[in-house]
Structure formats: C-alpha cells, structure tokens
Design a binder for this molecule. Structure first.
Ligand code: NZQ
Ligand code: ZN
Length: 385
C-alpha cells in the first residue's frame, strides 16, 4: 500500500424527513444563499421544505444552475454573494448544483480573473478562504456531497477543480427526495458510481486489502440494488443502499494508498462537452471498451474483479476476464443505457473531434502509469462505435 493522508470533515445526515435539522447545522445569524437547478426542487416541494428548515434566517435564492454547470451562470451567483454579503451557501440538487456551489464558495473571496480558478487540475486551487457550504443532495451519483471536487464547464470544456476548503460542512442524504428522479437519472447515477469505484480499483495490485474489499463491496451493492431502485421506485431499502454506495464511491475512502486511473472520466468529460451526453452515460459507453483495450495492463485486477465481484470461477483467466467485462457492459445495458457511440449519432469524424479537443486540453498521457496516449483513446472510441 502507498503512503496516504486521509481527511474528510463532512457531516452526513442520512435518512428521510430530517430537513428540520438544518436549523442546528447553520449558524443562527447566517445570511444563506440557497442554490438550485432548473426547477426540479421547486416542482417537487424540496425548496419549500429547505426554506422552512432554515427558520428565521435571511435567505437569498439562486436558481438556474444547469446540468454541467456553466462558469457564466455561477459568476452571477458570485456577484450576488458579494453584493448581499451572504455568509453561508446551501446547495439543493444533484452533482451540478453541488459542484457549482463549490465554485461560488471559492470564487466569492477572489477579486478578479475568476476563470483562473479552473486551471489547476488535480492540484488544490490556490486560495486561502471560501464561503462555507452545505448540501441537500437530490441525486445519488457523483459523491460531490462528501468530497472536495467540482467540475465546471467553461468555453465548452469541462474543468475539474479541488480544494479542501469546499468539503461540504454537512450533507443531507434523504432517500425520499430522490424518488422524483426519472429512471434514466437513476441509471446515470448507478453508472457514475460504478465507474468511480473502477477508476480507483482497476489499476495494479498494491496489496491494499481494505480498499479492494470496500471497492468490491460497493460494486456488488450497486449490482444488487441499482437495478432494484431502477425498476421499483418504492423500494426504500434498496434505494438507501444505492445512495450510500454512490457517496462511498467518491468520498475518498476507497482511493487512499492506491494508484488511480481516471481515463474513463477524462474521455467521458470530452464526450459530454462535445455531444452533451449525460456524464454517467458517457462512462458506461467508454468503460467496457477501455477495459478490453487495457486487458494486459490490468490483468491481475480484472481477474480479481471477475472472481470476487461477478463470482466467475469457470474457464481460463482470459475467459474469466472477457466474461467479467461482458457482464459489466450487460449490467449497464440492463439499466437501458446504450453503450454504442453510433446510437448517439457519433461517427469517426466525431471521435476525431473528441481526440483533438483532448489534445488541446493536454490530456495526452492518461492512466495510472501515463501510458495511455491519444492514439489508444481513438482506438477505444472506435471500438465503442
Ligand atoms: O436542474 P434540475 O431541475 O434540478 O434537474 C436535475 C437535472 O436536470 C435533475 N434532478 C436532480 N435531482 C432531481 C432531479 N429531477 C427530479 N428529481 C430529483 N430529485 O437531474 C438532472 C441532472 O442533474 P445533475 O446535477 O446534472 O446530475 P449529476 O448529479 O449526475 O451531476 C453531474 C455533474 O457532476 C459532475 C459531472 O461532470 C456533471 O457536471 N461530476 C462531479 C464530480 C464530483 N464533484 O466529485 C465527479 C463526477 O465524476 C462528475 O464529473
Ligand atoms: Zn463521474
């Protein structure tokens, strides 16, 4: 196992109908900005419950954060936070709203050149203060509710950013609030969480037993309870397990002390930025093809995955690995996610566009060893056509 530091200060409030506890978690004299998306939280009554949970505090509402949150929209919130001297941010929504709120939190104490905050990749954004934030998560998928990451769209490119200052102070995970999600969003969430585990687990062995077994537990839970949640909107027991799987997949705990490979995300982000395919869906398209291409590099862990997660015991090692990748793709398909790029109207010319945009973004040495070059990315995408 490699050396690591682990720090996660987010207080999780898990369970139904607990929004009245907001009152205990936000300073009594705070001026609160409530940030939300394109209207689901108004339509389904979540916003009313949040406002009531905030009691007598002064509240400023900021709606209209779009999926794949846009820099220009978020800058409008930043201006209001400054003008109104807001001192607490409350994100009510999915990953896009939570990520957007993290950007606002960091940008509000910066005077100029706010887009520069986006260009630090996996290094911490160099600012030393942020407006504190909390979340009411309405979509289980990204793990943003318990991590320090955000992904912001600027000039039609997606930029990951991180800072320890934007760990949410708290996040409410209320399964009841997620029951209004359309089925395809549940599917996207299951795929996103599954691939989050994969990017931290499917590398090379470093004898990290806890991380491996946690990862395998999360994958197995997603395989068991993802489809139940997808097919049965009223099954609360399965939904609770799915929600905690999604949070556990990217709250840092499975990723400590192990090599990580975020290739599927880097390629997927470009598919979203170029063709507007939902984030989770892009990952389900890329992952099977990526694994088939990278069988040699990931042989030991793919075999472990086949045996421990899919319980494949028959056949040669090669057959077990092939079968595990096929089963993973079939799992995504069972959630009505089509894993062929052509289904989304993308052809070879589209793939060339994606590859050239990745070159512009300097994403030319992906994988846990930096050996995944853009000609291999092209091959992976061609195989997914
Ligand atoms: O905008 P509203 O009207 O709220 O509708 C949203 C949106 O259209 C809707 N929705 C959310 N909760 C709902 C609901 N509809 C009905 N009932 C509810 N309870 O769902 C749609 C999608 O929402 P969005 O927030 O965009 O989805 P998701 O949570 O999948 O977030 C995706 C974003 O997160 C980033 C992605 O790149 C993308 O921008 N990611 C963030 C990460 C992180 N912070 O760690 C890691 C991820 O890998 C990912 O890159
Ligand atoms: Zn993701």
């Amino acid at each position: 196992m490699q050396n690591f530091d682990y720090f996660n200060p987010t207080h999780i409030v898990f369970g139904q109908d607990r929004l009245n506890e907001l009152d205990k978690l936000i300073p009594a004299n705070a001026k609160v900005m409530v940030l939300f998306g394109s209207g689901s939280v108004k339509r389904y009554g979540t916003l009313d419950k949040v406002i009531s949970g905030l009691g007598d505090r002064t509240v400023v509402e900021f709606g209209g954060i779009e999926p794949n949150p846009q820099f220009d929209t978020l800058m409008k919130a930043v201006e209001i936070v400054k003008a109104e001297q807001v001192d607490f941010l409350l994100a009510v929504g999915g990953g896009s709203v939570m990520d957007g709120t993290k950007f606002v939190s960091l940008a509000a104490n910066v005077e100029s050149d706010h887009s520069n905050l986006l260009f630090h990749g996996s290094a911490s954004v160099p600012v030393d203060s942020a407006v504190p934030l909390g979340c009411v998560a309405t979509l289980p998928a990204t793990g943003s509710e318990m991590n320090s990451f955000a992904v912001i769209t600027f000039n039609e490119q997606k930029y990951p950013m991180t800072s320890p200052l934007v760990f949410p102070k708290f996040s409410f995970l209320d399964p009841g609030l997620t029951q209004t999600l359309p089925k395809h969003q549940i599917a996207n969430g299951v795929a996103d969480a599954f691939v989050h585990v994969f990017e931290q687990y499917m590398t090379y062995p470093v004898d990290a037993k806890i991380q491996d077994r946690f990862s395998e537990g999360v994958l197995q839970t997603l395989i068991e309870d993802g489809p139940v949640t997808f097919n049965d909107n009223d099954n609360m027991a399965a939904r609770k397990n799915f929600i905690w799987s999604a949070t556990s997949a990217l709250n840092g705990i499975i990723g400590v002390g192990v090599p990580q490979d975020w290739s599927a995300h880097m390629i997927g982000h470009e598919l979203t930025a170029t063709f507007d395919i939902a984030h989770g869906r892009t990952l389900a398209i890329v992952l099977p093809s990526l694994m088939r291409e990278r069988k040699q590099q990931k042989r030991a862990k793919l075999l472990q995955f086949a045996e421990r997660v899919w319980h494949i015991t028959e056949g040669t090692d090669e057959q077990k690995i092939d079968s595990a990748i096929d089963k993973t793709e079939a799992f995504f398909n069972s959630l009505e996610i089509v894993t062929q790029l052509s289904h989304y109207g993308i052809d070879e010319a589209g793939i060339d566009t994606v590859v050239s945009k990745m070159k512009k973004m300097n994403l030319t040495q992906l994988s846990e060893t930096g050996d995944l070059t853009l000609d291999i990315v092209r091959k992976i995408l061609i195989a997914a056509l």
